[in-house]
Design a protein around this ligand. Structure first.
Ligand SMILES: [Zn+2]
Length: 210
């Protein structure tokens, strides 16, 4: 398995030491007829072949048939990434943001900016805002009160940087630029899916007490 070793500061072919699998029976994974697809989680313990640092990775696998397991999601549990996303987030947001982090770690800063833009697209999709271009989608998020004016400005700046990264051959992004863009993207995710939701629950709890 290719993993980014922070000690070696490089991608390495990590050696598997042992793994352990456990069935998971939540209803996250349904087939087109609404039937639960048997899924299980595999925990894999590996080590870096160079510096011997340990890794723990989890894979969520779908058992499409007894012969065919499909990896649905891969998560690095150890070493803990410095930006962890809430478990309730949709897979498309997580996958896009994780890829942005991986691009950043491997110094692919322009690709990182493109993936941050894609993460914002994923957030719009989560709220079923799918019509029009990203500019109008971000505007809809503001109009619907999902983001306030400040976050609207951040999201719009991310969109513009993402456009430059994708379409302007001369556009270059430094480590500092990409780092800021990752931080803004992370802050938007945290605001919408963690703090805003937590605040709503808090207000609800206060209402019930009264
Ligand atoms: Zn290493």
């Amino acid at each position: 398995m290719r993993l980014n070793c922070a000690t070696c500061n490089a991608y390495v072919n990590a050696d598997k030491i042992v793994d352990y699998s456990k069935d998971i029976n939540d209803n996250n994974y349904l087939d087109s007829s609404g039937k639960i697809i048997p899924t299980f989680k595999k925990y894999i313990f590996l080590k870096c072949p160079e510096c011997k640092s340990p890794f723990i990775v989890s894979e969520t696998l779908e058992n499409e048939s007894w012969l065919n397991n499909v990896v649905r999601e891969t998560e690095i549990l150890y070493p803990a990434p410095n930006k962890t996303l809430d478990a309730s987030l949709s897979t498309s947001i997580k996958v896009a943001f994780d890829e942005a982090l991986r691009c950043y770690q491997s110094q692919a800063y322009t690709a990182c900016v493109i993936m941050c833009r894609k993460t914002i697209e994923g957030i719009c999709k989560e709220y079923n805002i799918e019509n029009g271009n990203l500019k109008s989608k971000i505007q809809s998020m503001k109009d619907k009160g999902i983001i306030d004016h400040q976050l609207f400005e951040w999201a719009d700046a991310l969109r513009l940087s993402g456009n430059d990264a994708a379409h302007d051959l001369d556009a270059t992004f430094t480590e500092e630029d990409a780092g800021d863009i990752i931080n803004f993207t992370y802050a938007i995710i945290e605001y919408i899916f963690v703090y805003k939701k937590r605040f709503e629950v808090f207000i609800q709890r206060k209402k019930i007490k009264k």
